[in-house]
Design a protein around this ligand. Structure first.
Ligand code: ZN
Length: 60
């Protein structure tokens, strides 16, 4: 198992402009990792904290 945590920002669709899809970030994000870690939607700050902590190997 290789840990590869990543953050996905939540996007919200806005009305299209000239036929182009427009979206904006909602301020929420989610951190997931192949190991099964999944914070679900949380604040960006929490997502970043989880990512940082998850990237640091625990040393007993
Ligand atoms: Zn992981």
């Amino acid at each position: 198992m290789t840990h590869a945590p990543s953050i996905t920002a939540e996007l919200r669709d806005l009305p299209p402009v000239d036929g182009w899809r427009v979206s904006e970030q909602t301020g929420r994000a989610r951190t997931t990792c192949p190991c099964g870690t999944d914070t679900g939607l949380t604040t960006k700050a929490d997502a970043r904290t989880t990512l940082r902590e998850h990237c640091t190997p625990e040393r007993a």
